[in-house]
Structures are given as C-alpha cells and as structure tokens.
Design a protein around this ligand. Structure first.
Ligand code: DHB
Ligand code: FE
Length: 295
C-alpha cells in the first residue's frame, strides 16, 4: 500500500524563481531564506518520496475568472509550465501519475467531493518554484499529482473544507494499492497582500501561531472562515488554505522536522515547515472543533 512519508508547507513567491535564475542564493538578501531549505532537502534525501501530491493555487494561468473550480485535480501524464507574466524561465514539463490521480479522484468523488478533473493543466510559479527549492539540481526525482484550490474568485472554500479535503486525500493515498512513498506539499502564504490599501501587510504573530498549530492541533485553524484568514493574513495570505489541506492529509501522529520563517521575501512572509508522519499506515482521526482565535 502507499504510505505518506510526510508533508511540507512552503511559500512560492515568483521573485524566488528569478533569484534562482540569477544564482543569487548567497546574496545577503536571499541567503537566510535559501539556507532554510538545506534541512528540508536532507530530510527528502532520507525520505525518498516516489510521488508528490501538491496542493497549490493557480494565479490565472490555467483557470481564469470566467471558469474557476473550487478544487481541481490534475490527471495528466505531464504538466506544462508557462510564464503567467513574471518573466520567469519556463521549466521543462513535469511528469504526472495518472493512475494515482484517478484513484484520488474516484476516492474523493465517493466521499462526496465534487471535483474538476484536468487531463491538461498548465502549472504556474506556485507549482514550479517549490520544486526548484526542494530539488534544486534539476533532479526532480518524483512524479507529481497537482490539486488546485481556488484562492482568487470568491466565495473561497473554508479552512474546514480544505482540511476535510486534505483528510480525504490522505485516506485516498493510504488506500492506493501500490508500494509508493508519497510526500504531500502545500504551497503559498504565509501572510501577504499584494495590492489595495493594505499592500505590503504582514502579520508575524499570526504566521507563527499558524506554524505552531499546523505542527500540533491543526484542527484549531478550521474554526476560522476564509474571510478571517484574509483579515489576519492579507488577501493573498489566504494561500494558507494549501497548508491546511496538506496538514489534513498527514493524520494525527506527526513530528516536526524543521521550520524556517523569514520576512520579507518580496512582499511575503516566507515560511517553510517540514513534518514527518510517524503513523505512515494509519487513517486520520476525527475532526475536533475549537473557538476561533484572533491574532
Ligand atoms: C508574491 C507572492 C505570491 O504568493 C505570489 O503568488 C506572487 C507574488 C510576492 O510577494 O511578490
Ligand atoms: Fe501566490
């Protein structure tokens, strides 16, 4: 059976892709950020996942305001990158895993999730930049199943719904009848707002609380609405939903391996969290409820 080796949450700012293209990893502005990924790559070298299931949010490359799925699962043999306007070098296609994609889709549909299934899906910086950070030598040892969550067109899914989606994806992976090691990724966040009156907004205390809660007692975050998260983390900080979905997939018995938090990268509070599953075979437990905390 497939097992989940762990999960990683990481920011996905396009300027990171530009810094990689220019080789700026040792530059004083970038060094504390890139150094944060050394431990993540060491852990990945030990965990050796075969497949990544990646929660990410499309920024207008594959989906636009005319048609915006809440949850879209990739079922392609490969995923093509394109430049959605940041001028980043276009990366070679990424291999998919259609058999695992369809297993996840079947399993989620059986659990009453209404999905969009994508046999073609262009992937933007939110998908590409984390792969460059985690597999920088271009090694990309893994196939990828992308799951896009809408953070653009309101109404957005709630944190509780994303956590439940993650749990259902975790059950789907663990019921897959192949001896695969699966890593779950969530990309986006942490707090940031790119436009409007609060452009440049960052909320460090909220971010640090979220990192703590993602590590232990993540159910607490499901008491927020998407609007609460926008209020506390900025309108693009709602990308935290990807981290919540990732965490849902991991189940209850999780150990924190590593974290990094660095302000700012471009306009964003850059976060990294590496979590290892100690219960690779077990099913996620029941959802607990909690009062919303305002930070
Ligand atoms: C930035 C952050 C993002 O998450 C994104 O998708 C685009 C830009 C930024 O901080 O520049
Ligand atoms: Fe983003």
């Amino acid at each position: 059976m497939a097992q989940i080796v762990g999960g990683i949450g990481t920011s996905h700012v396009p300027a990171i892709g530009a810094a990689i293209a220019k080789g700026l990893q040792q530059d004083p502005y970038w060094k504390p950020f890139f150094d944060g990924y050394v431990r993540a790559r060491e852990w990945l070298a030990e965990a050796r996942p075969d497949v990544v299931v990646m929660f990410y949010n499309d920024h207008g490359l594959n989906f636009f305001l005319d048609k915006m799925p809440t949850f879209a699962v990739g079922a392609a043999a490969e995923y093509h990158n394109a430049d959605e306007g940041w001028g980043l070098p276009v990366q070679a296609p990424f291999p998919g895993d259609p058999a695992l994609s369809w297993h996840i889709i079947e399993s989620l549909a059986a659990e009453e999730f209404d999905l969009t299934t994508c046999q073609e899906m262009k992937v933007d910086h939110a998908f590409v930049v984390p792969t460059q950070l985690l597999w920088p030598e271009g090694g990309r040892p893994v196939r990828i199943v992308p799951i896009a969550i809408n953070t653009i067109q309101h109404p957005l899914p709630s944190p509780a719904r994303c956590f439940k989606l993650g749990r259902a994806v975790g059950r789907a992976i663990r019921s897959y009848d192949e001896d695969l090691k699966v890593l779950v990724l969530g990309t986006g966040g942490l707090s940031h707002q790119l436009d409007g009156k609060r452009a440049g907004f960052i909320n460090k205390s909220f971010d640090l609380m979220c990192l703590d809660r993602l590590s232990r007692f993540p159910e607490v975050l499901t008491a927020y609405s998407a609007a609460d998260i926008i209020e506390m983390a900025g309108s693009q900080g709602v990308e935290l939903l990807m981290w919540i979905a990732m965490r849902g997939a991991l189940g209850d018995d999780v150990a924190e391996v590593h974290r990094n938090y660095h302000i700012p990268i471009s306009n964003t509070a850059a976060g990294l969290l590496v979590l290892e599953c100690r219960d690779a075979g077990r099913q996620p437990g029941r959802l607990r409820t909690a009062w919303p905390l305002r930070v």
